[in-house]
Write a protein that binds this ligand. Structure first.
Ligand SMILES: [Mn+2]
Length: 348
């Protein structure tokens, strides 16, 4: 029986035709005719996130020499130099890369955060709701990944995961379970890493259902399309070991395969822990190595998170980099003072 959402027929099958969503595609095909196991991996990123994407790609390729990959990158535009660097990665590691340039109009009514500059980025996240319409033509399964994560081990076992009739496999999300009241699900998953079963996703009309939900969520719902997906699946997903999506402020277990920086502390701002240094190791191996990221991040990033400067000062102190430590400690004091002055002003 079709759900009520589908019966609305707001989004008939023709709506999702490729030409309504994709402006054009560029292809870099360096992996042809290999006998090694092949995995399709997809991303939906903002053009400002190419460096992070590059680190994710390099970390996957460095840790999986016994596999081959096709990377499918959904964007709305890209700087020429970033596209060249992505092509360099494909050529160096003999991978396939497909860049799909998307129209933004079909995503206009998805929930969004209107503060700062985030609304645009969050609509791009919603590309993941559409990807299966394209990738089911070339794959039976694919791995969707956020680009704020990186790979530390073998992805080979993902080719063997038994979906047991479900449309996706993902990792349980404790924080979402307790905080995302809009999801109305008995068991909540994190949508940053999803292994997608193409045929079952299509059969369950997940894309159609997600598009039907796009304007029903409150603007205060901070989990956006992750809420929509959890609402649709109601816990009917294959749950994976947390080694495939380790996140939060914890150091990874030795067998961690994917580490996800889903909190506020990001390794491209300040290194706070050894895991952040590991991310930077892959940055140095990537064509984006010339971008120095040891400078202080823009003040606007740290304004609400000034205590990270103190953490970073401690981190540098432990490494014996005393000058960096002092610099960051003084910067912490300055931001703290500014923050207190600001809150006193708004209190009046
Ligand atoms: Mn993420």
């Amino acid at each position: 029986m079709q759900s009520r959402l589908i019966q609305n027929q707001k989004f008939p099958a023709e709506y999702f035709r490729e030409e309504n969503f994709i402006k054009n595609t560029t292809k870099y095909e360096y992996c042809q005719g290999s006998a090694l196991p092949h995995l399709h991996i997809s991303f939906g990123i903002d053009s400002n996130f190419c460096r992070q994407l590059g680190v994710t790609l390099v970390s996957i390729l460095e840790n999986n020499p016994d596999m081959t990959f096709s990377f499918h990158i959904f964007m709305d535009h890209i700087a020429a130099e970033d596209e060249e660097k992505i092509a360099l990665v494909a050529r160096k590691y003999l991978a396939n890369v497909y860049v799909y340039f998307m129209f933004m109009e079909p995503f206009e009514n998805f929930p969004t955060e209107t503060t700062e500059d985030k609304s645009y980025i969050y609509k791009i996240i919603c590309f993941r709701l559409y990807m299966n319409k394209i990738l089911r033509k070339v794959a039976e399964r694919f791995l969707y990944l956020d680009a704020d994560l990186f790979c530390l081990g073998s992805l080979r076992s993902l080719l063997e995961i038994d979906f047991a009739g479900t449309a996706i496999a993902a990792v349980y999300d404790d924080y979402g379970m307790t905080h995302d009241t809009y999801a109305e699900t008995p068991k909540y998953f994190n949508a940053g890493v999803m292994l997608i079963n193409c045929e079952e996703w299509e059969k369950q009309q997940v894309t159609e259902k997600a598009f039907s939900c796009q304007d029903m969520l409150s603007k205060e719902c901070i989990f956006l399309d992750q809420t929509i997906l959890n609402r649709i699946f109601k816990g009917n997903v294959k749950f994976l070991d947390s080694k495939f999506n380790t996140y939060g402020n914890t150091d990874p277990a030795v067998d961690c395969i994917i580490y996800h920086f889903n909190g506020r502390a990001k390794p491209w701002y300040l290194p706070l822990r050894p895991i952040h240094e590991q991310w930077r190791h892959y940055l140095k191996l990537s064509p984006w190595e010339d971008i120095v990221c040891d400078k202080l991040p823009p003040k606007k990033v740290l304004k609400a998170n000034y205590h990270y400067c103190k953490d970073a000062a401690r981190y540098y102190m432990n490494k014996g980099e005393v000058l960096n430590a002092i610099y960051l400690y003084l910067y912490y004091k300055l931001l703290k003072l500014q923050s207190h002055l600001n809150s006193n002003n708004t209190g009046e």
